[in-house]
Design a binder for this molecule. Structure first.
Ligand SMILES: [Zn+2]
Ligand SMILES: [Zn+2]
Length: 123
């Protein structure tokens, strides 16, 4: 179905140009500029498909609904603003973090989420 493909492409395009992980509602907002009449249920369904196809990944923050970003991005971390609930992408990584594991443990990967206030919400 042509229409379905167009909707999926719009979602993919929105995520490709996003500067940080987006919620389904944010994705719907931006994608509806490309494909008007894009419903939230469709966004959820297509995100599920894109995730199964490994084209998008979820960013999970405990107690928050998952956000989505394009898969295969360079290694990065996230900052979660407790006031506006936005998630920001952090480009920096200190690989010495893996030294936290005691001797004898093999670290295969790590995930870091920093919590606090973003510049707009900082007191
Ligand atoms: Zn904020
Ligand atoms: Zn890292």
């Amino acid at each position: 179905m042509v229409r379905k493909t167009k909707q999926k492409e719009a979602i993919f395009q929105v995520l490709s140009s996003a500067e940080s992980p987006l919620s389904p509602a944010e994705i719907q907002n931006r994608a509806s500029l490309l494909v008007p009449s894009l419903g939230i249920a469709t966004v959820y369904r297509l995100l599920k498909t894109l995730k199964e196809m490994k084209q998008v990944v979820t960013v999970e923050i405990p107690g928050e609904s998952p956000r989505y970003e394009i898969s295969g991005r360079a290694h990065h971390h996230h900052f979660y603003c407790r006031k506006c609930h936005q998630i920001f992408e952090l480009g920096k990584c200190d690989e010495r973090i893996e030294d936290l594991a005691p001797k004898g443990f093999l670290v295969q990967e790590h995930e870091i989420i920093l919590y606090g206030r973003c510049p707009s919400c900082a007191p």
